[in-house]
Design a protein around this ligand. Structure first.
Ligand code: ZN
Length: 201
């Protein structure tokens, strides 16, 4: 924005790269920040930095955590033989909010997409294989979005792990097509989980 002082337009540019923040909101936030109390702005900046510094991926499941392993992987009350495979760390939040899953998680970090150059080795598939070797895993529940890439990834994982003697199931349909777990409500999620079934060959 040419009419704004350079430090503000730089802030607008950075803010508008954030997910869900369009150019108009970025401008509004930037103008709010530069007119806010300096202490409040400093707290915000420090909170962002601290969160970034303290949070890492769980080395086992890939969820976002402050401790290694994460609270899910470290929890003896959870069923560690039951692994729910999700695309992104945020999907865990959706399932936890629904409160119907008592196993552990595995974050893939994406979906197989040859068009976008995403191959299985770009995802946390090797880590999942290792988990299935290292501990007694009785079932993998695939909870990926039901879009083309999600389906391709689900079938890939089904084949890979069925061949290794692990039972693989996927959430029952009913999740909104083309979207993630994020947009599914709790009832839909719990029904999808209860109605999970093995892949038809
Ligand atoms: Zn973990």
């Amino acid at each position: 924005v040419a009419s704004l002082p350079e430090p503000i337009s730089r802030l607008v540019a950075v803010l508008s790269k954030l997910p869900g923040v369009g150019p108009r909101s970025a401008e509004r936030i930037a103008l709010h920040l530069v007119q806010n109390e300096e202490g409040a702005v400093r707290s915000l900046a420090e909170a962002i930095l601290q969160a970034r510094q303290k949070i890492s991926e769980c080395q086992t499941c890939g969820s976002l955590t402050e401790q290694q392993p994460c609270i899910f992987c470290a929890d003896p009350r959870r069923d560690h033989a039951l692994i729910c495979v999700v695309e992104r760390a945020v999907d865990i939040l959706s399932l936890e909010k629904a409160g119907v899953f008592h196993g552990v998680y595995h974050v893939l970090g994406g979906k197989i997409s040859p068009l976008n150059g995403v191959e299985p080795e770009d995802l946390r598939v090797t880590e999942l294989e290792k988990r299935c070797v290292d501990s007694a895993v009785s079932e993998l529940i695939i909870a990926l979005p039901s879009d083309v890439e999600g389906d391709a990834t689900s079938y890939y994982l089904n084949k890979l792990f069925t061949n290794r003697g692990v039972k693989v199931t996927r959430l029952a349909h009913g999740l909104p097509v083309g979207s993630g777990l994020e947009s599914a409500d709790e009832l839909t999620l719990s029904r999808a989980l209860e109605g999970r079934r093995q892949f038809s060959s």
